[in-house]
Design a protein around this ligand. Structure first.
Ligand code: SF4
Length: 425
């Protein structure tokens, strides 16, 4: 049932980062894949600059550049590029990603991908342009494209599938934890290799690891009759405990992880001491804002506002229930946020890649939300990294703060927003 928690939708002109960036983690996760983007020099610059990959590293992604002469064509020819990719990289699957210009030109991507596909080497269309998709959301499109290639599991096959891309070490942790709790695992979507996709059917229990995969979860529910666990996302001691208890319950296994949770809070007590009472404002675009805000509130911080590009009442139900009393905004108006930030003086703003530097220029402590997408912050093993990501920004600012007293700095202490002093690490 959808939670009663209310949120505001401002339909602001959202300063969001392009969805193509998720290629940065997906090409590393799916090790026999290739990502081909049909785009312009702008897209090529974006990928080169944000992903910082050297040409000689032969990354498994590329931009097929549209030149002026192509602008009149709604069906660009990609055969020679596909042949080159096949010869050089020998991928098992090619993802063909759209971008703004060809979408405006009405390139018929579905047909194009179909015409390039062979039984040995599927070419899958992935809508990902910055016109429609925010940062991280195109992982949802990639996973949707993979669903038809997941074998159909029979109804009696009751096993767990983790939904969402996490790095290999974190994936291993989740598999080990499931084994420890006696939960049978069928695999991960996405898997590390195209031909290792997990079987999914009516007996499958889906455990979402990432909060930006609502479309894939809905499609698995509708097309494969799979059960999606409604729970918190596994971020922080609170989210990880609830995640595992609910996943176990889906297999009729009752576990009480309260001691494990308490021990994890204890491990990060140095960080929670710093976060306690801090005013935090979310103005980012990564779609991880709801679980991050929930973790911060449970860590003792005051969340002034949690804005996010998209809220799905069903997929985010458990997180929404936890955020009662916090101002929740979908598609926030950034001008209004700037006024609120000036008035409310948060200790930390989680912002996006476009707005961080201007905010810092105004003397505000801001952190790129983007970093949370690239860091191992999931599960029990990610607890410390997660907490540290918030406190590092506060500590760095304290070290640079020209208003701090020298006597305090030399004693290794920083002033908090409330005027207390807090030990530096
Ligand atoms: Fe820019 Fe659109 Fe290309 Fe993304 S897809 S880099 S928003 S032109």
């Amino acid at each position: 049932m959808a939670p009663k928690v209310q949120f505001i939708r401002e339909d602001g002109l959202y300063h969001s980062f392009c969805g193509l960036v998720s290629v940065g983690w997906l090409y590393q996760k799916i090790k026999d894949s290739f990502f081909l983007i049909l785009g312009t020099h702008t897209c090529a610059h974006l990928l080169q600059n944000t992903l910082g990959v050297m040409i000689f590293a032969r990354p498994r992604f590329a931009v097929s550049l549209l030149e002026e002469a192509d602008l009149s064509s709604s069906a660009p020819s990609l055969e020679s590029q596909i042949a080159e990719i096949r010869a050089e990289h020998k991928p098992s699957v090619i993802f063909l990603l759209s971008s703004c210009t060809p979408e405006v030109m009405k390139v018929e991507f579905e047909g194009l991908a179909h015409s390039l596909s062979t039984p040995e080497l599927p070419v899958l269309f992935v809508p990902a342009s910055g016109l429609d998709y925010t940062f991280a959301q195109s992982e949802d499109s990639v996973l949707q494209a993979l669903i038809p290639f997941c074998p159909v599991a029979p109804p009696e096959d009751k096993r767990l599938v983790f939904l969402g891309s996490v790095n290999d070490a974190i994936a291993e942790d989740f598999a080990l934890e499931a084994a420890r709790l006696g939960i049978p695992v069928a695999g991960f979507l996405p898997a590390a290799h195209f031909h290792e996709l997990p079987p999914i059917g009516p007996g499958t229990i889906i455990a979402p690891l990432q909060p930006y995969l609502a479309k894939t979860a809905t499609q698995l529910r509708n097309e494969r009759d799979a059960t999606i666990v409604t729970t918190l996302f596994p971020f922080g001691p609170d989210g990880t405990r609830r995640f595992w208890e609910d996943v176990a319950l889906a297999f009729d296994i009752k576990v009480d992880l309260s001691e494990r949770e308490a021990a994890a809070w204890q491990r990060i007590s140095e960080h929670t001491a710093l976060l306690r009472g801090k005013k935090i404002f979310f103005a980012s675009d990564i779609l991880m804002e709801l679980p991050l805000a929930r973790f911060l509130r449970n860590a003792g911080a005051e969340v002034l506002e949690c804005s996010t590009p998209y809220i799905n009442r069903r997929f985010h139900a458990a997180e929404l229930e936890q955020l009662n009393g916090i101002r929740l905004v979908e598609q926030a108006n950034f001008d209004r946020q700037l006024r609120d930030i000036a008035e409310q003086q948060p200790d930390l703003v989680i912002s996006n890649m476009i707005t961080s530097n201007p905010l810092i220029g105004r003397g505000i402590v801001a952190k790129w939300g983007t970093e949370f997408c690239f860091m191992p912050v999931h599960g029990w093993s990610g607890v410390n990294t997660l907490a540290q990501m918030f406190t590092r920004a506060l500590r760095r600012h304290a070290r640079l703060d020209p208003l701090g007293s020298d006597a305090i700095w030399t004693a290794g202490l920083m002033p908090s927003a409330s005027g207390d002093v807090i030990p530096l690490r």
